[in-house]
Design a protein around this ligand. Sequence first.
Ligand code: ATP
Ligand code: MG
Length: 642
Amino acid sequence: MSLRRKLTMALWLNAGLATLLLCLALIAVQSHQFRAQINERLTAVGDVAGANSAAAILFDDAKNAAQTLGALSTNRTVMAAGLYRKDGTLLAEYDRTRGDGFAPPKAAPPVGTQDSGAVFSVTRPVLLDGEVVGVICVVSGLQELYQDLLSYVAITVVTLVACTGLGMLVFLRLMRLLLVPIHALTQTARRVSSEKTYSIRARAGALDEVGELIGAFNEMLGEIELRDRELAGHRNNLEAVVGERTQELRLAKEKAEEGGRLKGEFLANMSHEIRTPINGIVGMTGLALATPLNAEQTEYLDAIRVSADSLEVVINDILDFSKIEAGRMDLDIVPYDLHEMVADTVKTLLVSAREKGIALYTRVDPGMARRIMGDPMRVRQILLNLLANALKFTPQGEVVLDVTPAGQQNEIPLVCFSVRDTGIGVPAGKLAAIFEPFLQVDGSVTRQYGGTGLGLSISTKLVGMMGGQLRVESELGKGSRFWFIVPAPLAVASALPEFHSLPEVVLASSKALRVLVAEDNLVNQRLTERLLQKMGHCVTATGDGAEAVAKWQAHQFDLVLMDVQMPVMGGFEATACIREHERITGNHIPIIALTAHAIRGDRERCMEAGMDDYVAKPIQVEALAAAIERASRSLVKENASL
Ligand SMILES: Nc1ncnc2c1ncn2[C@@H]1O[C@H](COP(=O)(O)OP(=O)(O)OP(=O)(O)O)[C@@H](O)[C@H]1O
Ligand SMILES: [Mg+2]
């Protein structure tokens, strides 16, 4: 609603209210005055008529009394009258309207005035020589009053309408004077808000409140314009600062990435440098143990093998831990057989449990699905850590592995793995600390039981990556229970289980192959050579990639085992060289990478370089045999297709 309309409405409302109040006041005053006058008149008429009728009442002369009352017909105010004896009974009456509602009452009313709104009556005593002989009641109507009031109201309304109309004309002229500058101000404000230009100003008005308002508005615009300019300046400045900081951050990020890359490289090199000699020690000890030895030599070699095995475990743990820390550990989610994985894991610990005289039980709930999705190698690693701990810290009693369904989360089934023992337990104060890397309950643990304190921290991280949490409850001297719950989505029916317990490998290969081995480390070279010979293959060994390529060109081979890091020419370059030559001949010799590199992406890099398979060092006889078996099968297929 516009301001003009609001003000007009206010004016009419005001005038209407004033009219109403004035009318009400006039009506009140007028009716009061009219009543006072009529009261006076009727009292006078009553007193005169009463005095004239006193003798008629005294002698109970109704006829005379009626005549006296009839004389009242000359007075137009009197509508009716009644004369009453001393006992209150009606002696005579006069009724001008003859039964039109003004007839006097049948019994004498009390002395005074009666006002019913339509009828007004006055009752007076009739005196004779100062003594009351009866009463007279004179009745009048109030129509006259109402007619007067009606005309008053009409006059008032007409006058007020005329006055308000005139006032309206004046008001509208004044309004124009007032509203024009306000309207201009509104237009300016609209432009400012739609165009966002703070440089325009409203036209200055007269020296009144509106003029003051326009002045203040213009001042405010000036202020905003100034701030706007300052803000734009700051923004430009800020953009420059942000640009600078972004550049700094980018440099810092690049530096951090470079650091991460160097760390990764260091990890790869360290794994290579440490695993290669371990490979040699483990393999050679195995070979030496298979030769005729005296009891003392067997004992020493057994000790060497045990030490090398535990050294390998430590190195693997440190590598896993570093990989997790560097965020380079990925889960390999595949369908697998849960029951088989559990049985297989426990199998590896049965011997040590038996040697210690501890009962090792496994209970897989029959309701637990067989084929589920997950990373079987990592679940196995966690279970091995927990079971190894349980066996290590339990001098007598039992260790129980329970695998049970644990409900659902977001419609995905959950599985709970729990390892309980009757061992030494963990003090309550140390329950949180044992999950920290390199922390054990106290220093004596290492001395008494060995270990680096990494198993639980690696397991905690792995369980976390799987979306669960590794938990513990333990009572000192009574035993402990470690458990975790992780999602176990059901594998789709068509998905083949990719995890198998290691098959019984036939070490003697089905077919004797001519194998070219490229390996710079002499101990490993010799070890590989021996292993292959034991499998029944014919071996040619070389010390670097270039020599291997030359030998491959000069002689016929069925298979190449290629180390990755070698002097003169590395495994990747040698493979590329061989594959390049093969493009002309159309042949394809299987090349199996032999590498101590153990970090993520190595397998992919080998495949990209043109190799066909991958065997990690330290060489596991079974893994090598399986890879050779696959290669010889592919050779058979190739020959058949030729
Ligand atoms: N089942 C258990 N009973 C009693 N104490 C345990 C048990 N499992 C773990 N602990 C305590 O927690 C510590 C940390 O365990 P963790 O597996 O991380 O290291 P570790 O077994 O000492 O060494 P690592 O696993 O690296 O060979 C252990 O040294 C031991 O004090
Ligand atoms: Mg452990």
